[in-house]
Design a protein around this ligand. Structure first.
Ligand SMILES: Nc1ncnc2c1ncn2[C@@H]1O[C@H](COP(=O)(O)OP(=O)(O)O)[C@@H](O)[C@H]1O
Ligand SMILES: [Mg+2]
Length: 363
């Protein structure tokens, strides 16, 4: 998949922008606050049909009524998605015909992003890891998202019932048994799919990390389900505890993942730079899985990716992206450490006060 052009109108700090990308590596260089992240965020918005971690309307340029993002995308066929965001909602269209169902639209523009927020993937709370992994597996397997939403529904109903039971002190567990059975069944499917994903990613990750880190440290991504065997029994054994706490204490909604570098926990020991290399390796590994399993090529959005990376790792990353079949869009405050050879054929842009200037193709 390729993004050929992007047009913005009243999006964040942009009054108007028209950008033509190259099919390989695209660099956007500019100082802090110049509009680099906003640009990637706009592409992200096109992919997810919503803002990343903020409200949709906060993306409308201050004092304006609406914002517009449109693009030309080359996938199997060329198509032109457009999103108009206004205070009363958003309108999404493809080739000027309006999209009725959001679920039909999502997945049309495929991106994989590395955003500075993703740095809490390793050291942040388990919720961050679950969210990140759930989104990724969902991108590969729509059934996973359906099952997850089913699980969350049953979980919510079960938790409501636990409160009612706790308050009324009823001893009738018939409905609780039913919810528990449904929950256990759904949990098993989710855990299996997570395991399958973790297995697939580890194969890629070892090589990718080896390349980016340019060392021989062995990384491992581990999934630690709270309950794995006989979830139904486990849930049933904990009825009294769940009623006491008025919530379901075990299951995939509480699971966590671990990252190990040479068998030591990255959560406890990895430096900022090491974490960044690891997260980038994870994202690029996921890209490879998507290419292999889905035959799709997601667009890579790498925001402020060089900070905390030393000279060697910055160059390994750019070298990798140059050799990759994927289109990548990278932002940075500077590229002074990048070897000129690796910039050949890359397209360079400068961003200043939310104005993008094309500097042409290097080399
Ligand atoms: N809705 C908005 N209207 C106008 N300006 C905005 C809006 N949202 C963000 N900005 C501006 O965008 C700037 C941040 O741009 P950003 O792309 O994050 O910079 P960077 O180049 O450092 O990544 C801020 O200075 C902010 O004032
Ligand atoms: Mg930024």
């Amino acid at each position: 998949m390729l993004i050929n052009t992007l047009s913005l109108y009243n999006y964040r700090g942009y009054k108007k922008a028209d950008i033509a990308f190259e099919k390989g590596v695209n660099f956007f260089i500019g100082n802090n606050g110049s509009g680099k992240t906003n640009l990637l965020e706009a592409i992200y918005f096109l992919a997810l049909a919503k803002s990343y971690k903020t409200t949709d309307i906060s993306t409308i340029r201050s004092g304006k009524e609406f914002a517009r993002i449109s693009a030309t995308i080359f996938s199997e066929k060329k198509f032109e998605p457009k999103i108009v965001i206004s205070k009363i909602g958003k309108k999404i269209s493809i080739n000027n015909s309006e999209v009725d169902k959001l679920s039909d639209y999502i997945g049309k523009v495929q991106v994989l992003a590395f955003l500075p927020e993703d740095m809490d993937l390793i050291k942040g709370p388990p919720k961050n890891r679950r969210y990140f992994i759930d989104m990724i597996i969902g991108q590969i397997d729509k059934n996973y998202l359906l099952e997850l939403s089913n699980y969350k529904n049953v979980l919510r109903q079960r938790n409501e019932l636990l409160k009612i039971i706790a308050e009324n002190k009823t001893k009738d567990f018939t409905l609780l048994d039913i919810y528990t059975e449904q929950l256990a069944k759904s949990a098993e499917i989710i855990i299996e799919l997570r395991k399958k994903f973790v297995e697939a990613i580890n194969i890629e990750l070892i090589q990718m990390h080896h390349y980016l880190a340019a060392n021989s440290k062995k990384v491992e991504f581990k999934y630690n389900p709270l309950t794995e065997k006989n979830i139904l029994k486990e849930l049933k054994d904990k009825y009294q505890k769940d009623i006491l706490f008025r919530t379901t204490g075990t299951g995939p909604h509480r699971d966590d993942y671990d990252f190990l570098i040479d068998n030591t926990s990255a959560q406890d020991y990895a430096s900022q730079g090491e974490q960044r290399v690891l997260i980038l390796a994870i994202i690029l590994s996921i890209a490879n899985i998507i290419m292999k399993q889905k035959n799709n090529k997601p667009i890579l959005l790498l925001d402020d990716v060089f900070s905390e990376l030393d000279y060697l790792r910055q160059n390994q990353l750019v070298k990798y992206l140059n050799s990759s079949e994927l289109q990548s869009i990278i932002t940075s405050t500077n590229i002074k450490d990048i070897n000129n050879n690796f910039l050949n054929n890359s397209k360079m842009f400068t961003v200043k006060n939310h104005i993008v200037k094309e500097d042409g193709i290097n080399g």
